[in-house]
Design a protein around this ligand. Structure first.
Ligand code: SF4
Ligand code: MG
Length: 326
């Protein structure tokens, strides 16, 4: 099927006093229509930067240095602020790690939910009913009474539910979730993940789910993209990648113990070594300094995303059909 979003060769730089940081390098990735795509990797790998570039919220010092982001005939990489305002919160919406990022502390939930609908059709009563309906969709008890509540009167878990209701209120095509369960305890995390899955299926939207939690990705996502040092190093169907990871970085993350991946407490393991300096990305493979399988070619030749079959691809020379080491 035709993907909802096609990211093609996307590069993003951050200007700093000590030179440009090449935070995203040549990202080529599809966001499938009506499915959940997980984005995983260590902090600093670029997963949040990629998420923010899909909703036009890159930091002031960021610059799209190349590539395209195509959605329904529009290149999002070239949109002006005014064009973003028409799209953001309507066709593309986002939930953040901290619900207070998107909630206004001095305005009631009801007022905020009316404001979100200002461009939508219908009168006040209809919009109010829709707000209540969406608070019910996210399983807030006594939803109607929550319209008069201020964010601080709700628990952290309830606030994140409100944010999900707000993000879905305009029936977006794409919902971006940047580690939305990180601040919650394991029980709440599982509830929110189950809720996201249920609502995604009900509304049929696409979800980009940024996470450093493999168990959550296994539970929620249909497809996964693994990022390392500003690049997508592996992508494919979740079950397939988890069963048979093709990139040594993904293999290290999974530690060859797929049975444990679904444990609620399972977070990304720490892999020895350090990330390359993204001001001067290495010439060969970015993972080389930490890779137990590195060989001569990895030092000089930057690996492309090799097709590994069945939609899976890995940025590692071991997947080159011409290479006989695998
Ligand atoms: Fe390791 Fe070489 Fe593959 Fe990079 S290309 S992941 S260094 S084997
Ligand atoms: Mg982040």
């Amino acid at each position: 099927a035709e993907p909802l979003v096609r990211i093609d060769g996307l590069s993003v730089d951050f200007a700093t006093p000590r030179g440009a940081i090449h935070a995203l390098r040549d990202i080529t990735l599809d966001v499938p229509r009506g499915k959940v795509l997980g984005l995983v990797g260590e902090s600093g790998c670029g997963k949040s930067t990629l998420a923010y570039s899909l909703i036009g919220l890159l930091a002031e010092n960021a610059r799209i240095a190349g590539g395209r982001i195509d959605m329904d005939g529009q290149n999002l990489a070239q949109l002006r602020p005014r064009e973003w305002r028409a799209l953001r919160g309507r066709r593309i919406s986002m939930i953040f790690q901290d619900p207070m990022t998107s909630l206004n502390p001095v305005t009631t939930i009801g007022r905020q939910m009316m404001d979100i609908q200002y461009r939508e059709k219908g009168g006040r009563a209809e919009k109010r009913a829709r707000a209540i309906e969406f608070l019910e969709q996210v399983q807030l008890p006594d939803a109607a009474s929550k319209l008069d509540a201020y964010p601080h009167q709700l628990s952290g878990g309830m606030r994140q539910r409100v944010c999900i209701a707000m993000a879905l209120l305009t029936r977006p095509d794409l919902l971006i979730a940047d580690e939305p369960t990180t601040a919650l305890d394991a029980t709440l995390e599982m509830q929110i993940v189950a809720l996201l899955r249920e609502l995604q299926e009900k509304f049929g939207c696409s979800v980009l789910f940024v996470s450093h939690h493999l168990g959550t990705v296994a539970e929620l996502c249909d497809e996964v993209a693994v990022m390392y040092a500003g690049e997508v190093v592996e992508r494919g169907d979740v079950a397939q990648v988890f069963r048979d990871p093709c990139h040594p970085y993904t293999q290290a993350l999974f530690e060859c113990d797929p049975a444990r991946i679904r444990e609620a407490t399972r977070r990304l393991p720490t892999i020895p070594g350090t990330l390359p300096d993204l001001r001067r990305p290495p010439k060969g493979c970015a993972f080389r300094a930490r890779c137990p399988k590195a060989f001569e070619r990895c030092e000089t030749e930057h690996p492309p995303l090799y097709d590994a079959g069945g939609g899976q691809a890995a940025r590692c020379h071991l997947n080159d059909p011409a290479e006989d080491r695998a």
